[in-house]
Design a protein. Structure first.
Length: 399
């Protein structure tokens, strides 16, 4: 029967990565894939991760299954990272956490939970958003809508559009928000705007679903959590999908978590029981190794302090590349102002490049950028900065 199937289209981002691998050019540059890269263009294993793994190897006595929702120690570490030490939400038992295979796994479990427990509810996504978001929610059978998020003409957040759209959200609907470092725009809500969004969602009796994939890559681990914390002070219920691919560099370990916030400990516990049903029918229980790494690092004061320095170094490198990118484009005489990139946060930014300009960059210079013009700033290095900016300035000047 399989010979009757039509071949599925390649994923727009993973397909670019495959094309990049096959490109024979020695000068090729990949700014499409969503992974952190160091000054040498490599995705490193953090020193703290290596140390934690060594400890695990020495102490490990079993490869038995984890519980459906994962290790309690892992859940406690995740909640402290999201809500902070001494959080009232955690102390009151209003937050419960399930270990998931990556942030994408958390999103899928959240989608299954929403579809089964709140049939007929819609999920609202920012326009634009991570291209895999609609695919995950569609696969779970959720109806989706969009709300305006970014003003491309001003290269800035469209908060008036966000506020107006959310005022029409109905009771029981879910609203997807990016916790920090919005993918793909790099434009984030301020703490005051987060608070206002929380007021609107509480009034509309809607459920926020926060995709929190880049904590530490914006302004710092604590600063990046301000929005989530402000939101959870306003709404009685929330879902938070965490990922540790970026801030721990654990891309291929697939380490994530879904945290459910309820109006009471009893409500949170009931919600967790349904989350566990979704997990059991999806992947049964989570993988152990990556979660054990995170738990080991966050549970040891010395390792945690060292890890926080590593996160700071990654964040500062990204910000340095943003500034150097803008300045070099200006020095190359690019007929376009890119200074807005300095105000954005995280690994990604909308460059303002058109689809045809992106295609020209790939065909003429072997520079790979997503068709929307989204660039991975972490893929820029001092070594590729000059040829990259020369190529972009040339394409912008082309008729």
């Amino acid at each position: 029967m399989f010979e009757t199937l039509d071949k599925a289209p390649a994923d727009p981002i993973m397909g670019l990565t495959e094309a990049f691998r096959q490109d024979p050019s020695p000068h090729k540059i990949n700014l499409s894939v969503g992974v952190y890269q160091d000054a040498n263009g490599r995705t490193p294993v953090l020193d703290t991760v290596k140390k934690a793994e060594q400890r695990l190897i020495e102490k490990q006595t079993s490869k038995s299954y984890l519980p459906i929702d994962g290790s309690p120690d892992y859940a406690a570490a995740v909640k402290e990272l999201v809500f902070g030490a001494g959080s009232d939400i955690t102390a009151e038992g209003r937050a419960v956490t399930a270990h998931t295979p990556g942030g994408t796994g958390a999103l899928r479990v959240a989608a299954d939970f929403l579809r089964r427990q709140f049939p007929g509810s819609r999920l609202w996504m920012s326009d634009p958003t991570w291209p895999n978001h609609p695919k995950v929610f569609d696969a779970a059978g959720l109806e989706t809508q969009t709300y305006p998020y970014f003003d491309a003409s001003a290269n800035a957040l469209n908060f008036d559009g966000i506020r107006d759209a959310l005022a029409s959200v109905e009771q029981g609907d879910a609203v997807l928000l990016h916790g920090c470092c919005h993918n793909p725009t790099g434009a984030d809500l301020t703490p005051e705007q987060w608070d206002e969004v929380g007021v609107i969602l509480a009034d509309r009796k809607a459920i926020p679903l926060v995709d929190f994939a880049y904590q530490g890559f914006g302004d710092g681990l604590e600063a990046d959590a301000e929005g989530v914390r402000a939101l959870c002070k306003r709404v009685p219920n929330a879902l938070i999908a965490s990922s540790f691919s970026k801030n721990f560099g654990l891309y291929n370990e697939r380490v994530g978590a879904l945290t459910v916030v309820g109006s009471s400990a009893d409500a949170a516990d009931k919600a967790l029981s349904h989350v566990k049903q979704a997990i059991r029918s999806n992947y049964s229980n989570p993988p152990a190794h990556g979660g054990a790494i995170v738990t080991t690092i966050l549970g040891d004061a010395e390792l945690r302090a060292e890890w926080e320095k590593e996160v700071t170094a990654m964040r500062e490198r990204i910000m340095k590349m943003r500034t150097l990118f803008v300045d070099t484009l200006r020095d190359k005489g690019a007929p376009q102002d890119f200074s807005f990139l300095k105000e954005q946060r995280g690994m990604f930014s909308f460059s303002g490049l058109t689809k045809s300009q992106v295609e020209t960059l790939r065909e003429r210079y072997s520079i790979y950028i997503v068709g929307s013009g989204r660039i991975n700033v972490a893929g820029i290095t001092e070594a590729n900065m000059d040829p990259l900016c020369t190529a972009i300035a040339d394409v912008l000047r082309s008729p």
